[in-house]
Write a protein that binds this ligand. Structure first.
Ligand SMILES: Cc1cc2nc3c(=O)[nH]c(=O)nc-3n(C[C@H](O)[C@H](O)[C@H](O)COP(=O)(O)OP(=O)(O)OC[C@H]3O[C@@H](n4cnc5c(N)ncnc54)[C@H](O)[C@@H]3O)c2cc1C
Ligand code: SF4
Length: 479
């Protein structure tokens, strides 16, 4: 809580109040709501309505930010919410987890002129949270259900956004997902302290109430064949994300207590959702009282270190082979992690996991950065004789993700993929190499962002609708 707010709250709570002590929580909520309300209005009115909406251009959804800021400043929240929803299927999610410093806020004209950005993300969150609270967000009501159906593989943000848009047009939609809950990485990847799970669950419930069918615990390619889906639906969207963890093959890799990031994060998220997680309960996947080392420098690594801190680890270190300036993760996340006590060991490479049966330390070497490589980033090179050991009870590998082998998993070699394993699509129509099969989200882009997945899902919906309308016309002509 900010200093300003603490002062505000303290002053008010110290004021003699006629209400009973039992009402204090309610009082606090009122004060808090009022504070947030004032803050949102204050931030919104800071927008200069500059007429060159760099914020809007740099938002992948091209949200009409200046207009919803103006509406918020005027207290017209319902209209602000409707406007926010006209371009985004889950504004409250993006408001919470978009790396705004790289997108809208980083390009705010006020920020560029050195006066500090308008906090666009938190206003977006505030508008939509208020809309939920006031009951303004309602399930889709369609006047007539169409006969055509679409099957969507993957209930992550790309699949959910596409489903919602197509349902608005009246199509029958079924989403298939191998997890037991919908949301993809929103539910089992991104930690609760960044994105509360009820926020995801109320969205998926809204889609269920809108008539979209969910088939959970169904892995396409295993529990149901891809061909069956193709036969059953008029069009199919592949929105399966990327899940194959990048490996680091070091000596000692098979020692106990070395985990891939998703195993660690999923256990923690499941625990937060109230599931019984044996490997967490028996201490295996719990960082409490352990010296934890996370290997990697992206946002997943930041989520792992910050989760370990919240599990009361004895110490949390992050090792990364480049320096702070060349790190792929968001600067804001690194700052947050440092504030929470995480120690970053820059320019360091892991060499060997050491231990007997389970890991007890990690051997690392120091790195120096050379000339930039083809990607423009400085190339790391080891410094001879710079090895040292770090005490480690738990090591977490967060080195990124690659796509699974979908042509093999789906048993369809006609599905064309890139050299990186992502699905190749026609960039205009989003159709894959197989007619009637479309693809969107991380499985097309490689590991990316939620806001891009939503954008892709929406674009795919437009293309799928065009395809289905054309199909219907051709059918009518042939009849
Ligand atoms: C730890 C972590 C933290 C992140 N933090 C952020 C962040 O703060 N901000 C941000 O913008 N982005 C973040 N991201 C990235 C973001 O989560 C993804 O870019 C986004 O979720 C991609 O959406 P998607 O719909 O393409 O795929 P996903 O969200 O991965 O969803 C894919 C779904 O497909 C299902 N599936 C896969 N294969 C099959 C199959 N064969 N049959 C049936 N179902 C299948 C999966 O179970 C999953 O539910 C983070 C990613 C990770 C890993
Ligand atoms: S969706 Fe993301 S980038 Fe766009 S306005 Fe919202 S927070 Fe900014």
């Amino acid at each position: 809580m900010s200093e300003k707010m603490l002062k505000f709250v303290n002053v008010d709570l110290q004021t003699p109040n006629k209400r009973e002590v039992g009402n204090r929580l309610e009082d606090f909520k009122e004060i808090y709501d009022q504070f947030i309300n004032d803050k949102a209005k204050e931030q919104s009115s800071r927008c200069s309505q500059c007429g060159v909406p760099f914020c809007q251009i740099h938002c992948p959804l091209h949200n009409n930010i200046p207009d919803w800021l103006k509406l918020t400043a005027e207290g017209r929240l319902k209209e602000a919410s409707e406007l926010a929803h006209s371009t985004n299927n889950m504004p409250e999610v993006c408001g919470r987890i978009c790396p705004q410093d790289r997108l809208c806020e980083g390009n705010c004209v006020i920020e560029r002129s050195g006066h500090g950005t308008v906090t666009i993300g938190s206003v977006e969150k505030y508008i939509t949270d208020t809309a939920w609270e006031k009951g303004w967000i309602k399930p889709i009501k369609i006047s007539k259900e169409l006969s055509q159906s679409v099957g969507i593989i993957g209930a992550g943000p790309a699949g959910l956004a596409c489903a919602e848009e197509l349902r608005k047009s009246g199509y029958k939609i079924t989403i298939y997902d191998r997890y037991d809950r919908a949301g993809g990485l929103l539910i089992y990847g991104i930690p609760n302290f960044k994105l509360e799970k009820f926020v995801v669950e109320r969205r998926t419930q809204l889609l269920k109430d809108s008539g979209i069918k969910f088939q959970q615990n169904i892995e396409i390619g295993k529990d149901k064949s891809f061909e069956e889906l193709k036969e059953k639906h008029d069009a199919v969207l592949i929105a399966t994300g990327v899940y194959k963890p990048r490996e680091i093959n070091l000596l000692g890799n098979d020692l106990k207590n070395i985990f891939p990031a998703m195993q660690f994060l999923t256990a923690s998220n499941r625990k937060g959702l109230g599931d019984k997680v044996e490997d967490f309960d028996n201490g295996l996947l719990n960082a409490e009282n352990k010296d934890v080392v996370v290997i990697g420098g992206g946002d997943t690594a930041m989520d792992c270190v910050r989760t370990a801190v919240r599990q009361n680890a004895k110490s949390v270190k992050c090792i990364y082979r480049r320096d702070r300036e060349n790190m792929p993760g968001s600067a804001r996340e690194v700052y947050n992690a440092e504030e929470e006590g995480v120690k970053f060991i820059w320019l360091t490479n892991p060499k060997k996991f050491i231990g007997f049966e389970k890991i007890s330390s990690l051997l690392v070497e120091k790195i120096k950065l050379g000339n930039p490589d083809s990607s423009g980033r400085k190339k790391p090179a080891p410094i001879p004789n710079s090895d040292f050991e770090m005490k480690t009870d738990m090591a977490i590998k967060a080195l990124g993700f690659d796509p699974e082998d979908l042509p093999k998993l789906f048993g369809n070699s006609r599905l064309t993929i890139s050299q990186l394993g992502t699905i190749k699509i026609n960039l205009k129509s989003m159709e894959t190499s197989i007619p009637s099969i479309f693809a969107a989200g991380d499985i097309v882009r490689g590991a990316s962002l939620v806001v891009w997945a939503i954008r892709d899902g929406r674009d795919a919906a437009v293309s799928i609708q065009k395809y289905l309308e054309q199909k219907q016309i051709s059918k009518a002509k042939a009849a």
